[in-house]
Design a protein around this ligand. Structure first.
Ligand SMILES: Nc1ncnc2c1ncn2[C@@H]1O[C@H](COP(=O)(O)OP(=O)(O)OP(=O)(O)O)[C@@H](O)[C@H]1O
Length: 465
């Protein structure tokens, strides 16, 4: 069925532009000059997505949002306005808008937003009505080679239903990748169910996974479907699989082999078709060796393995990730997005981030709340991050910071970049050497590996006092 989008704007040219752009991607559109006209139709039939201006004669876009949300809370609405003031953006999000588009907007961007809203409404329908965070919150950022490798794997697996085992430290984005695998798989229109083994009490695990019959145990007052049944036709994401108790491992293995199972206390087998994606931060091979994880189950899960690098192994992604999290935090909190000053970005990229992307995300949220200015200085960072980065972190990454700088310079159209970089480089080394020798030039020259005269000449050239 073609998707239907309503466009509501008193400006004819906007209606026309959006209508044409959406029709080109096979989206059915209907246009309204006023919110009141749209509303009276809305009580009879509803589109998949509404895109509406705020300021219009008659009912305004925000009130319209309120009325439509009351009628159809699951339907995504996109709010646009020429007056891209903070207040209307905040009001739009608080009113439950899916996205806010300040005018003038790029038409492609508007179309992409509508498509995201449509995908979101599909997802909500499939999830049985629970509202999940907007799609763009799940964008995976990764230009580092190791992340490109992950993307390629997602692409290659997009036509298959094969079992995948994801490895990576806590907070590296395992769940995000699992969702991406699902969203790019033939099962994308079916449910994605995530379950964290480490978060479920042992004695509830079986009933959580396989459901139970009424009366199976004290408190089982009604029959309940387990996660396997809920995920039928779709994907079941088993996070922290290394924490699965031995007896559940045995049951899981049987389900994977037979494609059927019994609810707790049940006698009739339940058949399901579920794709398993498992994840762990542990070394499963080692758990197998120590007899803490069944070897046969390990082999069933370990068909395709995706490794997600720790954040400190993809430092080049840190500035973009930070920017992404600042934008998200700003939206959540209804404030302007913070921006890292270049030296703060470098400092960020040099940190070790033991909590990986999740720690970076939390830090960006903390800064958004705590820092007063828009531009973030090193002093604005949480105190525990302000200590000097470990020497290995510095040694390992100054060249990547340099590369980032060069990249930005060239992207900005600057030329002759060595002429700027080399003196900076020399000045930095000379400064540090002089600091180490308390300003004594002869020794500093030695530390640098220069003759004394060379240092004197350089000091003059670089105008260092
Ligand atoms: N490459 C990325 N781009 C954007 N956001 C990311 C990226 N990687 C992780 N995140 C975000 O960081 C947070 C942690 O990611 P996620 O929950 O997927 O990690 P995890 O490896 O499953 O963690 P755990 O093992 O602790 O459950 C999430 O909010 C996720 O959206």
């Amino acid at each position: 069925m073609p998707k239907r989008v309503w466009i509501i704007d008193d400006d004819r040219s906007i209606r026309w532009v959006l209508e044409r752009a959406l029709q080109q991607v096979d989206i059915e559109t209907r246009c309204y000059e006023s919110g009141d006209d749209a509303l009276s139709d809305f009580y009879n039939e509803q589109p998949d997505v509404v895109i509406s201006d705020i300021r219009m004669p008659g009912i305004d876009g925000l009130k319209l949002l309120q009325r439509m949300q009351a009628e159809a809370p699951q339907m995504p609405m996109i709010i646009m306005t020429a007056h891209s003031d903070l207040d209307s953006a905040v009001a739009a999000y608080q009113g439950g808008a899916f996205e806010y588009l300040p005018k003038p907007f790029d038409v492609d961007e508007a179309v992409a937003t509508v498509q995201r809203a449509l995908a979101h409404s599909d997802e909500v329908l499939n999830a049985g009505g629970t509202v999940e965070p907007p799609q763009e919150a799940r964008e995976i950022i990764g230009e580092a080679p190791a992340m490109q490798e992950v993307f390629r794997a997602i692409g290659r697996l997009s036509t298959s239903n094969i079992t995948v085992l994801i490895n990576g430290e806590s907070g590296t984005g395992k769940e995000l990748v699992a969702r991406a695998l699902h969203n790019h798989s033939p099962r994308r229109d079916r449910p994605f169910i995530a379950l964290n083994m480490a978060a479920i009490p042992r004695d509830l695990m079986e009933s959580e996974l396989f459901g139970h019959e009424k009366g199976a145990f004290t408190g089982a007052t009604a029959q309940r479907a387990g996660r396997f049944e809920q995920a039928d036709g779709g994907t079941l994401f088993l996070d922290e699989i290394g924490d699965m108790p031995a007896e559940t491992q045995t049951r899981l293995l049987r389900v994977l082999a037979d494609g059927e199972f019994y609810r707790v206390g049940g006698r009739t087998p339940v058949k399901v078709d579920v794709r398993i994606i498992a994840a762990t931060h542990q070394d499963l091979e080692m758990l197998v060796e120590k007899h803490q994880f069944r070897e046969d189950l390990f082999h069933r899960l370990n068909v395709i393995r995706i490794h997600i690098p720790r954040l400190s192994d993809r430092r080049e992604d840190i500035p973009r990730l930070a920017e992404h999290f600042f934008a998200a935090a700003a939206r959540e909190l209804g404030v302007e997005a913070k921006k890292l000053l270049p030296e703060t970005a470098t400092f960020f990229s040099d940190l070790d981030w033991p909590g990986n992307v999740r720690q970076l995300e939390n830090t960006c949220r903390w800064i958004t709340v705590m820092a007063s200015g828009r531009e973030i200085h090193i002093e604005d960072l949480p105190p525990e991050l302000q200590q000097r980065p470990a020497p290995t972190a510095i040694a390992g990454s100054w060249d990547s910071a340099l590369k980032m700088w060069a990249d930005a310079e060239l992207a900005a159209g600057h030329r002759d970049i060595l002429a700027e970089a080399v003196p900076k480089f020399e000045r930095a080394l000379i400064d540090v050497a002089l600091k180490h020798t308390g300003g004594r030039k002869k020794e500093a020259a030695e530390l640098l590996g220069w003759g004394r005269n060379t240092l004197t000449r350089k000091l003059k050239e670089l105008d260092i006092q």
